[in-house]
Design a protein around this ligand. Structure first.
Ligand code: NAD
Length: 260
């Protein structure tokens, strides 16, 4: 389905981004991987993805909190593959604290990565996607792009912003062959959430198993984590011809979280 196409997936060294990268590579896309981590492990993952699916995969360590980072990834795809067809804005971080105690530098860091980098990535990619006459932008927002939780002011503000920015870009690109959508996951068991569960277990003097159950029970009627593979499959659907008229949507995959 994506043979001959090139995709950038931000924050794809881990979790959901890796799930999306695998799904796109499985459909034949050449890939730019991005994110932090151990250099040798990242290179091994990069090489195994290329070998398993017979696609070209390169890795760029651009820090997307740096305003030059998103455009650099777009340029890498253009330089190495001669094109860009799919941009997945996925990289994100979390910080948990009440508004009155929320450190200003954590606010700035969350907004820079979770919101500004999404805008900058779209800004850099759109001219190339338009030129190709076909393109897909998939922004990984969150259930927190649609509803709030206490103690997550920067994250909730950023993810609501991502849903809004997705709608604006979708309108601007409506007749260009380029669609722009947001995916809004509930709980997915990745390092980002594992850290929150471990913190809760420490604070409450309990264990990870109990806090995992409690975390799900607080928000999700369906008491199960979504997998990164399922998010990858949803991203792949948005890249399909069947989704040609799906644009400006915020698609929930959240075990009923936002149905309440
Ligand atoms: P994760 O921590 O497993 O992965 C985050 C990725 O972003 C990693 O590859 C990391 O290296 C990269 N990254 C972090 N800072 C970066 C920076 N400055 N520049 C470039 N890359 C950077 O987290 P995840 O759970 O897979 O989250 C991925 C996305 O999904 C995030 O936007 C997150 O908000 C969103 N999301 C996650 C959940 C969940 O339950 N895990 C739910 C809803 C939405």
């Amino acid at each position: 389905m994506l043979k001959g196409r090139a995709a950038v997936v931000t924050g794809s060294t881990s979790g959901i981004g890796w799930g999306i990268a695998r799904a796109l590579a499985g459909a034949g896309a050449d890939l730019v991987l991005n994110g932090f981590g151990d250099a040798a492990e990242i290179d091994a993952s990069r090489a195994s993805l290329a070998a398993e699916f017979g696609v070209r995969v390169l890795y760029d360590p651009a820090d997307l909190a740096d305003p030059a980072g998103p455009a650099r990834l777009v340029e890498r795809a253009r330089e190495e593959f001669g094109r860009l067809d799919v941009l997945v804005n996925n990289a994100g971080i979390q910080h948990v604290a009440p508004v009155e105690e929320f450190p200003v530098e954590r606010w700035d860091a969350v907004i820079a990565l979770n919101l500004t980098a999404v805008f900058l990535g779209m800004r850099a990619a759109i001219p190339h996607l338009r030129e190709g006459g076909w393109g897909r932008i998939v922004n990984v927002a969150s259930a927190h792009g649609l509803v709030a939780s206490a103690n997550k002011v920067a994250y909730v503000a950023a993810k609501h912003g991502v849903v809004g920015a997705t709608k604006v870009a979708a309108l601007e690109l409506a007749n260009s062959g380029v669609t722009v959508n947001a995916i809004c996951p509930g709980w997915v068991l990745t390092p980002l959430v594992e850290r929150q569960i471990a913190d809760r277990a420490r604070q409450n003097g309990t264990d990870v198993a109990r806090e995992s159950e409690a975390l799900l029970a607080e928000k999700q009627p369906m008491l199960a984590f979504t997998t990164p593979e399922a998010i990858g499959a949803m991203a792949l659907y948005l890249c399909s011809d069947a989704a040609a008229t799906v644009t400006g949507a915020a698609l929930s995959i959240d075990g009923g979280w936002t149905a309440q």
